[in-house]
Write a new protein. Structure first.
Lengths: 326, 527
C-alpha cells in the first residue's frame, strides 16, 4: 500500500491543525500587543518569572524607603530649625551675660537683664517641647511625654526645669529604615542637648548662704539657670563664669546640628542610589515583561498573512473535487 | 450453450459491479467518520477450466468474475502504536489542564497574589515603625496581616478543592467514587463491557463479511477511547477479538471481562487506591496504582499523589506551607521572643495605648489548635486577641534588667526597635542555623525570595508539562495522519473507482444485450 495515500478526512484534518496553530499564534500575538505584556503567566517565560516576582516586590520596598526618607527629612528639618532658634537664643544670652559682666550696670539694670534671661529660658524650654506629627521630638522614645516641665517658686523665680523623656543612657533612638538592612536614628536626646536645672535651695529665711544646697543640673539649661540666679544676686563674677558654659552649650548644639545634617546628606545620597536602582530595575522589568510593540506588530502582520494563506488554501482544497470534472 | 454461458458471465459481472458500487457508496457515506476503515472489493476470476483441453473448450469453460473478498484497510502496527501514544497524550493533556489551573491560582505575576499581600504587610509595618503610637497604623497592620493569612488560606483552599474534585476525600469511599477519577473508572468499566460484547460478536461471525468490518471499526474505536483513560496492552486474535491488559493484569479476555477497575479509599499520600475486582465486586488484585502510568486516570493519580519528582498538588501545597510556617515563625518570634539572641524583650502597648507592657500574644496562630505550632497555609490565622486590640502588636524592644525594670521603660511608647526588626526580617536570609527559637529554613533565601523561587518553580514545571504535551501531540498527530492515510477514504479515489465500475457495468450490460441479440438471431433462425 502506498504510504503517501492522502485521504479526504486526513487532508482536511491536517489543514485544520495548521489553521488552529496559526489562529492560536495570532491570538497570542494580539493578546501581547493589546495587553502590553509578553509574560502574563508563570510558565510564559519561567527563566524570568523569579526575577519578575522579585523585582516587583523590590520596587515596592525601594519606594517605601523613599517615602520613609521624605517623611524623616521633614522631621529632621523641624529638628534643625528648632536647634537653629536655640542657637540664636544662646547668642542672645551670651550678649546679655557679656553686658552684665561689665560691672557698670546697676542692680535695677541686672534685674532687667534677669527678666530677659528668664524669657530666654522659657523660649528654650518651649523649643525643647517641639512636636512633629504628634510626637515630642526631644523626648526620645517616650514620644507622648512632654520633654520638659518648668516650675516656678512663689516669687516667680525658676525652681526647676526637669527632663521627662527617655534618658541618654537608655534606648532613646527612634529608627527609620532607609535601605536594605540600614536604619538610622533621626532623633536627638533632649537631655543631651538641653540639660537640666534645679535651682539653689536657700533653705528658708533669713538667708544664710552657708546652709544653701547648690544648684544642680547640666548643660545649657543649668548654665542659663545659674546665670539667672547670679543676675538676681548681682554676683558679676558668677555671671562672667557662665560665659564659658554658654560657649560649650553653643558648641554642643552646633555639633548636634552637624550630626543630623550628615544624616540628611546620607538621605540625599541614598535617595540618589535608590532612584538609580529603581530606574535600572524598571528597565530590566520592562525588558523581561513588556511587549516589544514594533516586533509584535510585525510578527502579527506576518502571522495574519500566514493565516489568510491558510484560509485560502483550505477553501481551494475543499472545493477541489473530481466531481467538478465529471 | 456457450451463448447462455456468456449471458450468465455478463449477468455475474453486472451483480459484482453493482456490489462494488455499493461498497464505494458505503465508503463515500463514511468519508467524515474518523473510526471508519475504508473497504475495497477485491475481484478474482472464477477458474473452472481444464488446462489440457483445446482452446475452444477452455474458452467455453470460462466462468466470469467473482468477489474474492471485501478488504478492510487497516494497519495493526500503526493502530496499536496509536493506542499507546494516545494513552501518553491523554496523560499529558489532563496533566497540563490541571497544572494550568494550579498555575492560575498561584499566579504571582498578578497584583492579587501573595507577594503583593506581603508587600502591603511590610508597608503597614513601616507605617507602624514611623508612628508606633498611631492607632490607625496599628489597625492597618492588623488588616494587612489578616490579608496575608486570607491569601494563603485561599491558595490552600483552591488547591485542595481541585484535588477533591479530582479524587475526592481519600477517607470516604463515596467521595472517591463520585470524584472525577471515580467517574472515569465507571466509564472504563463500561467500555470494557462494550468491548467484551463486540468481541463476542466477532467470535460468532468470524472475520468475513461487511458486518464484521463494522464490528472491527467499533472495536478499534472502543480501544482508542479506553486508551485515553488508562495505558493498555492489546492482544489481537485471528478472530478479530481483542484482549486487553493493564500492565500485567488482564481486563478483557475474549468475550469476557475478567477484571473491572474499582476506586477505593486511599491514604494522604495516595489519595485513591485502584483495585481490580471481578464482576461480583470481589477484589482480585489490590493497589495496582503503580501499573497505571498513562491516560487521564494515570495523570490524576500522579498529580494528586506525593511524588517528589513530578509536579504535584501536594508539592505546591508543601511549599506554601513552608512559606506560611516560616512567615508565622519569623513574626511570632519577633513579637514575643528574642530572635537576635541579644537579651532584649519585645514590648507592646496597654489597651489605653499609654504605657508599654510585655508582649505575650503571638500574631499568627494555627486556627485548628490555637497554638503557634504546625501552622500551614490552610490554618494560618490572626490571633483573635490581636484583632480585638491592635495595641498588643509589639513595636518596642528594650533590654530589661535589675536596674532597668519594665517600669523604667513604660513611658517609651515611641520606641520602634521591634518594628525595625520586622522590617529588617524582610531582607534576612534564612537557613537552619540562622534563627532561633523556631527553626526557619528557607534554603538561605529571604521570605520573598523563597516565594519568587516557588513561583518560578511552578512556572518551570508547568512549562515542561506543556512542552511534553506539545511534543506528544505532534507525535500523535503524525501517527493519526499516517493511520488515516492507511485506512481513510479518499473521495477522488472513490469517484474514479465509481467511474471504473460504472463503465464495467455498462460494458457488461452491452455484452448482455449483444448475447441477447445473438440468442434472438438463433431463435429466429430456427423458425
Amino acid at each position: 500500500m502506498d504510504i503517501n495515500r492522502t485521504t479526504t478526512l486526513g487532508t482536511s484534518n491536517s489543514l485544520l491543525n495548521y489553521m488552529r496553530s496559526s489562529t492560536s499564534k495570532y491570538n497570542e500575538l494580539s493578546l501581547q500587543a493589546s495587553s502590553g505584556y509578553k509574560v502574563t503567566t508563570l510558565s510564559d517565560d519561567p527563566s524570568s518569572t523569579r526575577t519578575l516576582v522579585s523585582i516587583s516586590s523590590q520596587l515596592k520596598e525601594l519606594n517605601t524607603y523613599l517615602d520613609n526618607m521624605t517623611s524623616a527629612q521633614t522631621e529632621l528639618d523641624t529638628l534643625d530649625s528648632t536647634l537653629s532658634s536655640v542657637t540664636d537664643l544662646i547668642q542672645k544670652a551670651t550678649d546679655l551675660a557679656t553686658q552684665a559682666a561689665n560691672g557698670t550696670y546697676s542692680d535695677e539694670d541686672l534685674a532687667n537683664i534677669k527678666t530677659q534671661v528668664d524669657e530666654i529660658i522659657k523660649s528654650v524650654v518651649d523649643l525643647a517641647n517641639t512636636k512633629y506629627d504628634g510626637k515630642y521630638i526631644f523626648s526620645g522614645t517616650a514620644t507622648s511625654t512632654q520633654a520638659y516641665e518648668i516650675t516656678y517658686d512663689t516669687d516667680g523665680n525658676i525652681e526647676s526645669i526637669l527632663y521627662n523623656g527617655t534618658l541618654p543612657a537608655s534606648d532613646y533612638e527612634r529608627y527609620v529604615t532607609i535601605s536594605e538592612g540600614v536604619s538610622v536614628s533621626i532623633n536627638a536626646n533632649g537631655q543631651s542637648v538641653f540639660g537640666t536645672y534645679t535651682a539653689t535651695d536657700d533653705n528658708g529665711t533669713p538667708i544664710d548662704p552657708s546652709d544653701d544646697v547648690a544648684a544642680t543640673g547640666s548643660g545649657l539649661l543649668y548654665t542659663l539657670g545659674v546665670l539667672s540666679e547670679s543676675l538676681a544676686s548681682g554676683d558679676q563674677t558668677a555671671v562672667s563664669s557662665c560665659l564659658t558654659g554658654l560657649g560649650t552649650a553653643l558648641d554642643n548644639v552646633s555639633a548636634t546640628r552637624t550630626k543630623f545634617a550628615a544624616v540628611s546628606n546620607k538621605f540625599e545620597l541614598t535617595q540618589d542610589v535608590i532612584n538609580t536602582t529603581i530606574t535600572t530595575l524598571k528597565t530590566y522589568q520592562s525588558d523581561l515583561r513588556d511587549t516589544d510593540l514594533s516586533e509584535v506588530m510585525s510578527d502579527l502582520a506576518v502571522q495574519q498573512t500566514a493565516l489568510q494563506a491558510t484560509y485560502k488554501v483550505f477553501s481551494q482544497v475543499s472545493s477541489l473535487s473530481l466531481l467538478d470534472f465529471m | 450453450m456457450s451463448l447462455v454461458s456468456s449471458l450468465n458471465i455478463a449477468q455475474q459481472a453486472l451483480s459484482v459491479n453493482q456490489a462494488a458500487i455499493t461498497v464505494i457508496s458505503n465508503n463515500i457515506a463514511n468519508v467524515d467518520n474518523e473510526n471508519y476503515s475504508k473497504l475495497r472489493v477485491e475481484l478474482a476470476d472464477v477458474i473452472n477450466y481444464d488446462y489440457l483441453a483445446d482452446p475452444t473448450t477452455q474458452a467455453n469453460s470460462l466462468n466470469g468474475v467473482q468477489i474474492s473478498q471485501i478488504k478492510r484497510y487497516s494497519n495493526a502496527y500503526l493502530q496499536s502504536y496509536y493506542w499507546s501514544e494516545n494513552s501518553t497524550a491523554s496523560y499529558y493533556e489532563k496533566y497540563a489542564q490541571i497544572a494550568s489551573n494550579i498555575e492560575d491560582i498561584v499566579n504571582e505575576l498578578n497584583d492579587t497574589g501573595l507577594s503583593n499581600a506581603l508587600s502591603k504587610f511590610y508597608d503597614a509595618v513601616n507605617a507602624l515603625n514611623e508612628t508606633p503610637t498611631d492607632k490607625s497604623a496599628r489597625e492597618n497592620f492588623v488588616s494587612c496581616a489578616e490579608n496575608v493569612c486570607s491569601v494563603l488560606n485561599s491558595y490552600y483552599n483552591s488547591l485542595t478543592n481541585i484535588k477533591e474534585n479530582l479524587v475526592g476525600d481519600y477517607q470516604t469511599a463515596d467521595s472517591v467514587q463520585n470524584s472525577e477519577i471515580g467517574n472515569n473508572i465507571k466509564t472504563v468499566n463500561d467500555l470494557l463491557d462494550r468491548l467484551a460484547n463486540v468481541n463476542e460478536n466477532l467470535l460468532k461471525t468470524g472475520t468475513l463479511g461487511i458486518s464484521s468490518n463494522s464490528l472491527l471499526d467499533e472495536r478499534d474505536a472502543l480501544i482508542s477511547e479506553l486508551s485515553s483513560y488508562i495505558n493498555i496492552d492489546v492482544d489481537l486474535q485471528t478472530s478479530g477479538a481483542a484482549s486487553v491488559s493493564l500492565g500485567s493484569y488482564r481486563l478483557v479476555n475474549g468475550s469476557e471481562v475478567v477484571g473491572y477497575l474499582d476506586a477505593a479509599t486511599g491514604t494522604a499520600s495516595k489519595p485513591a487506591q485502584i483495585n481490580i475486582v471481578n464482576s461480583e465486586g470481589t477484589t482480585l488484585y489490590a493497589d495496582i496504582n503503580n501499573s497505571i502510568t498513562g491516560g487521564k486516570i494515570g495523570s490524576i493519580l500522579d498529580i494528586c499523589g506525593s511524588s517528589t519528582i513530578d509536579f504535584t498538588i501536594s508539592g505546591v501545597i508543601d511549599q506554601l506551607n513552608t512559606i506560611a510556617q516560616s512567615f508565622a515563625n519569623i513574626m511570632n518570634d519577633i513579637q514575643t521572643g528574642d530572635p537576635e539572641g541579644d537579651g532584649t524583650t519585645a514590648l507592646c502597648l496597654n489597651a489605653a495605648g499609654t504605657q508599654l507592657i510585655l508582649a505575650t500574644e503571638n500574631i499568627f496562630l494555627n486556627s485548628e489548635t490555637g497554638l503557634r505550632t504546625n501552622i500551614t497555609a490552610g490554618n494560618i490565622s490572626m490571633n483573635s486577641a490581636i484583632i480585638a486590640d491592635s495595641n498588643l502588636v509589639a513595636a518596642a524592644r528594650v533590654t530589661i534588667s535589675g536596674t532597668t525594670p519594665l517600669s523604667y521603660y513604660q513611658d517609651d511608647i515611641g520606641n520602634n526597635a521591634n518594628s525595625t526588626l520586622i522590617l529588617a526580617s524582610r531582607d534576612t536570609t534564612y537557613s537552619t542555623t540562622t534563627y532561633t527559637p523556631s527553626v526557619v529554613n528557607l534554603g538561605g533565601q529571604t521570605l520573598e525570595g523563597y516565594l519568587a523561587t516557588f513561583a518560578s518553580t511552578v512556572g518551570y514545571d508547568v512549562d515542561s508539562i506543556n512542552n511534553s504535551l506539545s511534543t506528544q501531540a505532534t507525535v500523535l498527530n503524525e501517527i493519526e495522519s499516517q493511520l488515516q492515510s492507511e485506512t481513510g477514504v479518499n473521495l477522488d479515489e472513490e469517484l474514479s473507482d465509481l467511474i471504473k465500475f460504472q463503465r464495467a457495468y455498462e460494458a457488461a450490460a452491452r455484452v448482455f444485450s449483444t448475447c441477447n441479440e445473438l440468442l434472438e438471431e438463433l431463435i429466429n433462425l430456427g423458425r
